[in-house]
Ligand binder design. Sequence first.
Ligand code: GBH
Length: 448
Amino acid sequence: MGFPKDFMWGAASAAYQIEGAYREDGKGPGIWDVAVGKPGLIPFGETGNVACDHYHRFREDVAMMKEMGLKYYRFSISWPRVMPNGVGEINQKGFEFYTNLIDELIAKGIEPMVTLFHWNFPYALQKKGGWFNDASPDWFAEYTKQVVDRLSDRVKYWITINEPQVFLGSGYGRGNFPPFITGSLTEQFLLVHHVLLAHAKAVQIIRNHAKVTPIIGMAPTGPCFVPEDDSEEALERARQESFDFDKDFALFSNSLYADPVFLGDYPDRAYEIFEEATNIIKPAELSLISQPLDFYGANIYYSLAKPVEAGYPANCYQGNPKTPMGWPIVPEVMYYAPKFLYERYKKPILITENGIAGFDFVHMDGKVHDPYRIDYTRRYLLQLKKAAEEGVEVAGYMHWSVMDNFEWLQGYDKRFGLAYVDYQTGRRILKDSAYWYKEVIERNGENL
Ligand code: GBH
């Protein structure tokens, strides 16, 4: 019982949030590099220009990961760093960085897990319409091929796209996130379809060209609901609700993306909501989109409060303890989400992100004490363990994040790291949670 023997323990990051070096060595601009210059957008005018300076400090950072006992490290490749215009020209220096990072990880016995796209879309391609452009799947395919040619002799684990829910839902739906577009419903469907085609083409390229047999997934997020009591009806309602959506929430849902990828077609609700916009789907595209993946990557932080109409009390999260992000602490979501996702999509579930922000600081003893992070993670991991013990195939857990970093529109104050970063000096300090997590990894969760 407990976690499977070969459970994948690790931590995660994303390029724009940690690398810095935003215009060094031939890197091109991404939409985030441009967005952060907008006055008033981010608290204190903070940017990812320097961030954790991981680009220069990666050796020290990998040594730190080794100290944490990580077995896996999930990180993303910056598309505009390796292809400054998104397509065409290759930036060798950019690739050199990832090559060195991967070599360093392998030398320290840490398995690299590459995310191909974590939001910093090449600005040159944004000017051509970004994901609206029907060439966008091919742009992504071209980029993927370049990465696979150079890195697939050492990288085995691949994640195509991180959270389309966020970069489409907020970036192109609500318009409160780069590239700040409020798309019509018709446009929204086009975007989803392009991103799924891009994902699919990337999967094909990885499968056909990787030098080491690849293990491939994607990393969506989405609203997985927790039943409000122990009844069968509540369970069934939570299960249904986890895959349903209305037009305002469509882009944030699970099933709009995962049904076509894992089940071969968009959910009925998509045809209802997007109506004739769905006429763009060609049957051959549905089989392309649904080619086999090896795991379902899930970024899981919380579950939304339920609207009254769905039979839940509107205030079910009133007074519920929340993290500094304002997110309710709902450990049970780490049991129900893997369960529901596994039942529906029948793939091993890899938790690609989970964690908690804190206002951490260095205490007078020189250490960073974060007991709340230990407690939070412990509660969530116990729920994941319960899912595993009940037969859900749970492949692993990547804690968000390996170190404090640039929390997008929220800047640097919200610290998600297992390691504290002093942004003034660049100094890293392992938090108490990192030492605790090290023991969890060593004992495969038996000490939880
Ligand atoms: C992730 O986004 C990002 O991948 C990462 O870069 C970021 O730093 C990290 O998390 C922390 O913010 O309302 O029930 O549908 C997570 C953003 C959080 C997206 C919760 C969707 C809502 C779930 N998400 N979420 S629900």
